[in-house]
Design a protein around this ligand. Structure first.
Ligand code: ADP
Length: 405
Protein backbone atom coordinates (compact mmCIF):
# COMPACT_ATOMS: atom_id res chain seq x y z
CA UNK A 1 0.00 0.00 0.00
CA UNK A 2 1.40 3.43 -0.99
CA UNK A 3 0.66 6.23 1.48
CA UNK A 4 1.25 9.88 0.63
CA UNK A 5 1.64 11.95 3.81
CA UNK A 6 0.94 15.67 3.47
CA UNK A 7 1.89 18.28 6.07
CA UNK A 8 0.41 21.57 4.90
CA UNK A 9 1.32 24.62 7.00
CA UNK A 10 0.80 28.35 6.56
CA UNK A 11 4.15 28.83 4.82
CA UNK A 12 5.25 25.33 3.80
CA UNK A 13 4.03 22.04 2.34
CA UNK A 14 5.94 18.86 3.16
CA UNK A 15 5.23 15.44 1.73
CA UNK A 16 6.56 11.90 2.08
CA UNK A 17 5.55 8.85 0.09
CA UNK A 18 5.82 5.54 1.96
CA UNK A 19 5.37 1.95 0.87
CA UNK A 20 3.61 0.24 3.75
CA UNK A 21 3.80 -1.94 5.74
CA UNK A 22 7.55 -2.08 4.94
CA UNK A 23 7.81 1.63 5.93
CA UNK A 24 9.99 2.20 2.88
CA UNK A 25 10.35 5.93 2.15
CA UNK A 26 10.07 6.31 -1.63
CA UNK A 27 10.17 10.09 -1.95
CA UNK A 28 10.03 13.23 0.11
CA UNK A 29 9.95 16.94 -0.49
CA UNK A 30 9.34 20.33 1.02
CA UNK A 31 8.06 23.50 -0.62
CA UNK A 32 8.34 26.65 1.47
CA UNK A 33 7.93 30.36 1.28
CA UNK A 34 11.30 32.00 0.77
CA UNK A 35 12.33 35.55 1.61
CA UNK A 36 11.43 36.94 -1.81
CA UNK A 37 7.84 35.74 -1.24
CA UNK A 38 8.38 33.01 -3.86
CA UNK A 39 8.65 29.25 -3.37
CA UNK A 40 11.70 27.09 -2.73
CA UNK A 41 11.10 23.41 -3.47
CA UNK A 42 13.45 20.68 -2.27
CA UNK A 43 12.82 17.14 -3.39
CA UNK A 44 14.59 13.84 -2.74
CA UNK A 45 14.33 10.20 -3.81
CA UNK A 46 16.76 7.39 -3.07
CA UNK A 47 18.95 8.35 -6.02
CA UNK A 48 18.41 12.01 -6.63
CA UNK A 49 17.94 15.42 -5.03
CA UNK A 50 17.01 18.74 -6.53
CA UNK A 51 16.02 22.27 -5.55
CA UNK A 52 14.06 24.76 -7.63
CA UNK A 53 12.57 28.18 -6.97
CA UNK A 54 9.60 29.93 -8.52
CA UNK A 55 7.14 32.79 -7.88
CA UNK A 56 4.81 33.20 -6.07
CA UNK A 57 4.04 30.94 -3.07
CA UNK A 58 0.69 29.32 -3.88
CA UNK A 59 -0.84 26.00 -2.81
CA UNK A 60 -2.31 25.08 -6.23
CA UNK A 61 1.06 25.57 -7.89
CA UNK A 62 2.91 23.56 -5.19
CA UNK A 63 0.47 20.64 -5.33
CA UNK A 64 0.58 20.53 -9.13
CA UNK A 65 4.38 20.45 -8.94
CA UNK A 66 4.36 17.65 -6.34
CA UNK A 67 1.99 15.55 -8.47
CA UNK A 68 4.15 16.16 -11.52
CA UNK A 69 7.43 15.05 -9.91
CA UNK A 70 5.83 11.98 -8.33
CA UNK A 71 5.12 10.56 -11.80
CA UNK A 72 7.97 12.21 -13.73
CA UNK A 73 9.67 9.46 -15.79
CA UNK A 74 13.14 10.77 -14.89
CA UNK A 75 12.66 12.01 -11.33
CA UNK A 76 9.59 10.29 -9.92
CA UNK A 77 8.94 6.77 -8.70
CA UNK A 78 5.33 6.15 -9.72
CA UNK A 79 4.04 5.51 -13.20
CA UNK A 80 0.62 6.91 -12.32
CA UNK A 81 -1.02 8.75 -9.40
CA UNK A 82 -3.45 5.80 -9.25
CA UNK A 83 -0.66 3.91 -7.47
CA UNK A 84 -1.28 6.08 -4.40
CA UNK A 85 -3.77 4.18 -2.24
CA UNK A 86 -4.36 6.75 0.46
CA UNK A 87 -3.25 10.24 1.48
CA UNK A 88 -2.74 11.13 5.13
CA UNK A 89 -2.92 14.75 6.27
CA UNK A 90 -1.39 16.19 9.41
CA UNK A 91 -4.22 18.18 10.98
CA UNK A 92 -3.44 20.82 13.54
CA UNK A 93 -6.46 20.69 15.85
CA UNK A 94 -9.09 18.09 16.65
CA UNK A 95 -10.80 20.13 19.37
CA UNK A 96 -12.30 17.74 21.91
CA UNK A 97 -12.42 14.89 19.38
CA UNK A 98 -10.59 11.84 20.66
CA UNK A 99 -10.23 10.06 17.29
CA UNK A 100 -6.58 9.95 16.22
CA UNK A 101 -7.08 9.04 12.57
CA UNK A 102 -10.24 9.98 10.70
CA UNK A 103 -11.42 9.41 7.15
CA UNK A 104 -12.04 12.75 5.45
CA UNK A 105 -15.77 13.12 4.81
CA UNK A 106 -17.93 16.23 4.26
CA UNK A 107 -19.00 15.90 7.94
CA UNK A 108 -15.40 15.93 9.14
CA UNK A 109 -14.62 18.93 6.93
CA UNK A 110 -17.54 20.80 8.51
CA UNK A 111 -16.23 19.84 11.94
CA UNK A 112 -12.70 20.99 11.04
CA UNK A 113 -14.08 24.30 9.78
CA UNK A 114 -15.68 24.76 13.19
CA UNK A 115 -12.18 24.32 14.70
CA UNK A 116 -10.60 27.13 12.61
CA UNK A 117 -10.91 29.67 15.48
CA UNK A 118 -8.73 27.32 17.57
CA UNK A 119 -5.89 27.42 15.00
CA UNK A 120 -6.58 30.35 12.66
CA UNK A 121 -3.13 30.39 11.06
CA UNK A 122 -2.76 26.66 10.37
CA UNK A 123 -6.22 25.25 9.73
CA UNK A 124 -6.99 27.06 6.48
CA UNK A 125 -3.75 25.58 5.07
CA UNK A 126 -4.71 22.06 6.26
CA UNK A 127 -8.10 22.36 4.58
CA UNK A 128 -6.54 23.72 1.42
CA UNK A 129 -4.31 20.60 1.28
CA UNK A 130 -7.39 18.36 1.46
CA UNK A 131 -9.12 20.41 -1.25
CA UNK A 132 -6.09 20.25 -3.55
CA UNK A 133 -5.83 16.45 -3.21
CA UNK A 134 -9.58 16.08 -3.95
CA UNK A 135 -9.10 18.22 -7.06
CA UNK A 136 -5.91 16.63 -8.39
CA UNK A 137 -6.51 13.03 -7.33
CA UNK A 138 -10.30 12.66 -7.31
CA UNK A 139 -11.49 9.51 -5.62
CA UNK A 140 -8.31 8.77 -3.65
CA UNK A 141 -8.92 7.82 -0.02
CA UNK A 142 -8.04 10.69 2.34
CA UNK A 143 -7.50 10.49 6.07
CA UNK A 144 -6.15 12.89 8.67
CA UNK A 145 -4.32 12.62 11.98
CA UNK A 146 -4.93 15.36 14.56
CA UNK A 147 -1.89 16.84 16.27
CA UNK A 148 -3.93 17.21 19.46
CA UNK A 149 -5.37 13.68 19.52
CA UNK A 150 -2.63 11.93 21.50
CA UNK A 151 -3.38 14.31 24.37
CA UNK A 152 -7.10 13.54 24.57
CA UNK A 153 -6.26 11.26 27.52
CA UNK A 154 -5.29 14.26 29.71
CA UNK A 155 -7.38 14.20 32.88
CA UNK A 156 -9.55 17.23 33.71
CA UNK A 157 -7.11 18.25 36.46
CA UNK A 158 -4.45 18.72 33.75
CA UNK A 159 -6.57 20.32 31.04
CA UNK A 160 -8.74 22.78 32.95
CA UNK A 161 -7.67 26.38 33.43
CA UNK A 162 -8.57 28.09 36.69
CA UNK A 163 -11.21 30.32 35.12
CA UNK A 164 -15.00 30.12 35.06
CA UNK A 165 -16.08 26.58 34.15
CA UNK A 166 -18.81 28.16 32.08
CA UNK A 167 -16.18 29.18 29.48
CA UNK A 168 -15.01 25.61 29.17
CA UNK A 169 -18.60 24.37 28.79
CA UNK A 170 -19.61 27.03 26.28
CA UNK A 171 -16.41 27.67 24.33
CA UNK A 172 -14.20 24.64 25.14
CA UNK A 173 -11.50 26.91 26.56
CA UNK A 174 -9.13 24.30 27.96
CA UNK A 175 -5.63 22.94 27.44
CA UNK A 176 -5.33 20.74 24.31
CA UNK A 177 -1.59 20.27 23.71
CA UNK A 178 0.15 19.87 20.34
CA UNK A 179 3.01 17.83 18.78
CA UNK A 180 0.89 14.79 19.68
CA UNK A 181 2.10 12.68 16.75
CA UNK A 182 5.72 13.42 17.63
CA UNK A 183 5.25 12.64 21.33
CA UNK A 184 3.45 9.43 20.46
CA UNK A 185 6.20 8.32 18.09
CA UNK A 186 9.03 9.28 20.49
CA UNK A 187 7.42 7.58 23.49
CA UNK A 188 6.57 4.42 21.49
CA UNK A 189 10.13 4.19 20.17
CA UNK A 190 11.52 4.74 23.69
CA UNK A 191 9.37 1.92 25.07
CA UNK A 192 10.61 -0.34 22.28
CA UNK A 193 14.27 0.66 22.68
CA UNK A 194 14.28 0.26 26.46
CA UNK A 195 12.28 -2.97 26.38
CA UNK A 196 9.64 -1.55 28.74
CA UNK A 197 6.12 -2.83 28.96
CA UNK A 198 3.78 -0.06 27.73
CA UNK A 199 1.46 -0.66 30.69
CA UNK A 200 4.25 -0.02 33.14
CA UNK A 201 6.17 2.98 31.85
CA UNK A 202 6.62 6.63 32.81
CA UNK A 203 8.19 8.65 30.01
CA UNK A 204 8.86 12.34 29.48
CA UNK A 205 9.11 13.21 25.81
CA UNK A 206 10.88 16.51 25.03
CA UNK A 207 10.06 17.77 21.53
CA UNK A 208 12.51 20.66 21.14
CA UNK A 209 12.29 22.27 17.69
CA UNK A 210 11.30 25.79 16.64
CA UNK A 211 8.13 25.04 18.53
CA UNK A 212 8.72 23.01 21.69
CA UNK A 213 6.71 21.03 24.18
CA UNK A 214 7.06 18.28 26.77
CA UNK A 215 4.64 15.43 27.32
CA UNK A 216 4.25 13.18 30.34
CA UNK A 217 3.35 9.75 28.97
CA UNK A 218 2.26 7.25 31.61
CA UNK A 219 1.52 3.66 30.57
CA UNK A 220 1.47 4.74 26.93
CA UNK A 221 -1.01 7.60 27.46
CA UNK A 222 -0.38 11.34 27.55
CA UNK A 223 -1.32 12.60 31.04
CA UNK A 224 0.06 16.13 30.73
CA UNK A 225 1.75 18.34 28.18
CA UNK A 226 3.20 21.82 28.23
CA UNK A 227 1.32 23.49 25.35
CA UNK A 228 -2.24 24.50 26.14
CA UNK A 229 -5.20 26.14 24.43
CA UNK A 230 -2.68 27.41 21.89
CA UNK A 231 0.95 26.44 21.21
CA UNK A 232 2.20 29.49 23.10
CA UNK A 233 2.01 27.96 26.59
CA UNK A 234 4.88 26.15 28.25
CA UNK A 235 8.52 26.18 27.21
CA UNK A 236 10.56 29.04 25.81
CA UNK A 237 10.60 28.52 22.01
CA UNK A 238 12.18 30.09 18.94
CA UNK A 239 9.83 33.07 18.91
CA UNK A 240 7.14 32.10 21.46
CA UNK A 241 7.37 33.29 25.03
CA UNK A 242 5.99 30.13 26.62
CA UNK A 243 4.47 30.54 30.11
CA UNK A 244 3.78 34.15 30.98
CA UNK A 245 1.71 35.80 33.68
CA UNK A 246 -1.55 36.91 32.02
CA UNK A 247 -1.09 40.14 34.02
CA UNK A 248 1.84 41.04 31.76
CA UNK A 249 -0.44 40.91 28.74
CA UNK A 250 -2.92 43.22 30.44
CA UNK A 251 -0.08 45.58 31.37
CA UNK A 252 1.02 45.67 27.73
CA UNK A 253 -2.52 46.52 26.63
CA UNK A 254 -3.45 48.98 29.35
CA UNK A 255 -0.17 50.73 30.10
CA UNK A 256 1.73 50.48 26.79
CA UNK A 257 -1.50 50.61 24.74
CA UNK A 258 -0.60 47.64 22.56
CA UNK A 259 -3.52 46.28 20.52
CA UNK A 260 -4.63 42.66 20.89
CA UNK A 261 -2.81 41.84 17.62
CA UNK A 262 0.38 43.47 18.89
CA UNK A 263 0.21 41.46 22.11
CA UNK A 264 -0.33 38.32 20.08
CA UNK A 265 2.73 39.18 18.00
CA UNK A 266 4.78 39.93 21.14
CA UNK A 267 4.24 36.44 22.56
CA UNK A 268 4.16 34.43 19.31
CA UNK A 269 6.55 36.09 16.91
CA UNK A 270 8.84 38.42 18.85
CA UNK A 271 9.36 36.49 22.07
CA UNK A 272 11.28 33.35 22.98
CA UNK A 273 14.96 32.97 22.07
CA UNK A 274 14.56 35.89 19.65
CA UNK A 275 13.16 38.23 22.30
CA UNK A 276 15.75 37.37 24.92
CA UNK A 277 18.86 37.02 22.72
CA UNK A 278 17.81 40.14 20.76
CA UNK A 279 19.16 38.70 17.53
CA UNK A 280 17.95 35.20 16.58
CA UNK A 281 15.21 32.61 17.09
CA UNK A 282 17.57 29.87 15.88
CA UNK A 283 18.93 27.76 18.76
CA UNK A 284 22.13 26.88 16.93
CA UNK A 285 22.90 30.54 16.20
CA UNK A 286 22.19 31.50 19.83
CA UNK A 287 24.36 28.61 21.06
CA UNK A 288 27.24 29.75 18.86
CA UNK A 289 26.90 33.35 20.05
CA UNK A 290 26.84 32.21 23.69
CA UNK A 291 30.08 30.32 22.98
CA UNK A 292 31.60 33.61 21.86
CA UNK A 293 30.63 35.24 25.15
CA UNK A 294 27.57 37.24 24.04
CA UNK A 295 25.68 37.74 27.30
CA UNK A 296 22.12 38.05 25.91
CA UNK A 297 22.62 34.72 24.12
CA UNK A 298 23.86 33.05 27.33
CA UNK A 299 20.87 34.38 29.26
CA UNK A 300 18.42 33.21 26.57
CA UNK A 301 19.88 29.68 26.75
CA UNK A 302 19.77 29.69 30.55
CA UNK A 303 16.06 30.53 30.47
CA UNK A 304 15.50 27.90 27.77
CA UNK A 305 17.17 25.05 29.69
CA UNK A 306 15.78 26.08 33.06
CA UNK A 307 12.21 25.99 31.75
CA UNK A 308 12.67 22.44 30.38
CA UNK A 309 14.22 21.28 33.69
CA UNK A 310 11.28 22.68 35.67
CA UNK A 311 8.79 20.81 33.50
CA UNK A 312 10.76 17.57 33.84
CA UNK A 313 10.55 17.91 37.62
CA UNK A 314 6.84 18.69 37.42
CA UNK A 315 6.06 15.74 35.16
CA UNK A 316 8.10 13.28 37.21
CA UNK A 317 5.92 14.40 40.15
CA UNK A 318 2.75 14.11 38.06
CA UNK A 319 3.59 10.50 37.11
CA UNK A 320 4.97 9.43 40.51
CA UNK A 321 8.43 8.80 39.05
CA UNK A 322 10.29 8.55 35.79
CA UNK A 323 11.65 5.65 33.70
CA UNK A 324 12.81 7.40 30.52
CA UNK A 325 13.59 10.87 29.23
CA UNK A 326 13.44 11.21 25.45
CA UNK A 327 14.82 14.03 23.32
CA UNK A 328 13.43 14.71 19.84
CA UNK A 329 13.06 17.65 17.40
CA UNK A 330 15.83 19.73 15.76
CA UNK A 331 17.36 20.86 19.06
CA UNK A 332 16.58 17.73 21.08
CA UNK A 333 18.22 15.50 18.47
CA UNK A 334 21.14 17.65 17.39
CA UNK A 335 22.40 19.69 20.32
CA UNK A 336 24.59 17.80 22.83
CA UNK A 337 24.87 21.14 24.68
CA UNK A 338 21.11 21.46 25.18
CA UNK A 339 20.80 17.88 26.48
CA UNK A 340 23.79 18.34 28.79
CA UNK A 341 22.44 21.55 30.32
CA UNK A 342 18.93 20.15 30.73
CA UNK A 343 20.26 16.98 32.44
CA UNK A 344 22.77 18.87 34.63
CA UNK A 345 22.27 18.22 38.37
CA UNK A 346 19.30 15.94 37.73
CA UNK A 347 20.96 12.92 39.36
CA UNK A 348 18.56 13.30 42.31
CA UNK A 349 15.81 12.20 39.89
CA UNK A 350 17.89 9.27 38.63
CA UNK A 351 18.95 11.04 35.41
CA UNK A 352 22.67 10.43 34.67
CA UNK A 353 23.68 11.40 31.16
CA UNK A 354 26.76 9.75 29.63
CA UNK A 355 28.86 12.65 28.34
CA UNK A 356 30.54 10.37 25.86
CA UNK A 357 27.34 8.87 24.39
CA UNK A 358 25.66 12.28 24.42
CA UNK A 359 28.29 13.50 21.96
CA UNK A 360 29.09 10.37 19.96
CA UNK A 361 25.45 9.39 19.32
CA UNK A 362 24.28 12.91 18.49
CA UNK A 363 21.48 12.96 15.89
CA UNK A 364 20.90 9.20 16.03
CA UNK A 365 18.30 6.94 17.60
CA UNK A 366 20.24 5.95 20.72
CA UNK A 367 20.45 5.43 24.46
CA UNK A 368 22.69 8.17 25.91
CA UNK A 369 22.52 7.62 29.68
CA UNK A 370 25.18 6.04 31.89
CA UNK A 371 24.79 2.31 32.51
CA UNK A 372 24.11 3.20 36.16
CA UNK A 373 21.37 5.74 35.37
CA UNK A 374 18.00 4.75 36.86
CA UNK A 375 16.30 6.78 34.13
CA UNK A 376 17.05 5.86 30.51
CA UNK A 377 17.91 8.97 28.51
CA UNK A 378 17.41 8.62 24.75
CA UNK A 379 17.48 10.42 21.44
CA UNK A 380 14.68 9.60 19.02
CA UNK A 381 14.89 11.50 15.70
CA UNK A 382 11.44 12.96 15.02
CA UNK A 383 9.43 11.19 12.35
CA UNK A 384 5.89 12.47 12.50
CA UNK A 385 5.30 11.55 8.86
CA UNK A 386 6.07 7.87 9.49
CA UNK A 387 3.74 7.86 12.50
CA UNK A 388 0.99 9.38 10.33
CA UNK A 389 1.69 6.81 7.59
CA UNK A 390 1.36 3.98 10.15
CA UNK A 391 -1.95 5.29 11.46
CA UNK A 392 -3.37 6.02 8.03
CA UNK A 393 -2.29 2.61 6.68
CA UNK A 394 -3.93 0.90 9.66
CA UNK A 395 -7.09 2.94 9.07
CA UNK A 396 -7.09 2.20 5.33
CA UNK A 397 -6.45 -1.48 6.04
CA UNK A 398 -9.76 -1.65 7.87
CA UNK A 399 -11.62 -0.20 4.87
CA UNK A 400 -13.37 -2.81 2.74
CA UNK A 401 -11.36 -4.04 -0.20
CA UNK A 402 -8.01 -2.56 0.80
CA UNK A 403 -5.17 -5.06 0.72
CA UNK A 404 -1.43 -4.66 1.20
CA UNK A 405 0.18 -4.45 -2.19
P1 ADP B 1 10.50 22.79 13.29
O1 ADP B 1 9.82 22.91 14.62
O2 ADP B 1 10.34 24.02 12.43
O3 ADP B 1 10.23 21.49 12.56
P2 ADP B 1 13.11 21.70 13.81
O4 ADP B 1 12.63 20.52 14.57
O5 ADP B 1 13.78 21.47 12.51
O6 ADP B 1 12.04 22.83 13.64
O7 ADP B 1 14.17 22.46 14.78
C1 ADP B 1 14.76 23.66 14.42
C2 ADP B 1 15.71 24.08 15.55
O8 ADP B 1 16.73 23.07 15.67
C3 ADP B 1 16.39 25.41 15.25
O9 ADP B 1 16.36 26.21 16.42
C4 ADP B 1 17.83 24.96 14.96
O10 ADP B 1 18.79 25.94 15.33
C5 ADP B 1 17.96 23.73 15.84
N1 ADP B 1 19.07 22.88 15.41
C6 ADP B 1 19.17 22.17 14.28
N2 ADP B 1 20.38 21.56 14.21
C7 ADP B 1 21.06 21.92 15.34
C8 ADP B 1 22.37 21.63 15.87
N3 ADP B 1 23.21 20.84 15.22
N4 ADP B 1 22.70 22.17 17.05
C9 ADP B 1 21.84 22.96 17.71
N5 ADP B 1 20.60 23.26 17.28
C10 ADP B 1 20.22 22.76 16.11
Amino acid sequence: MNVLVINCGSSSVKFQLFRMPDEELLMQGKAEKIQSGGTGFFFRTKNLEFYVEWDPFSFPEIFRKIMKVLVDPGQGCLSSLDEIDVTGHRLIHGGEQSAECVGITPEWITYMESCIPLAPLHYPANLEGIRMISELMPGVLQAGVFDTAFHHTLPAKAYLYGISLEWYRKYQIRRYGFHGTSHKYASRMAIQMAGFSTDNSRIISCHLGNGASLAAVKNGKSVDTSMGFTPVEGLLMGTRSGDIDAGVLMFLQHQLLLTADEVQEAINVKGGLLGLSEFSSDYRAVEEAAGKGIQSARTALDVYHYRVKKYIGAYAAAMGGLDALVFTGGIGENSPGARKEICREMEFLGICLSEELNTSMNGRMALISDAASAVKVMIVPANEELMIAREVAAWAGTKAGMKDK
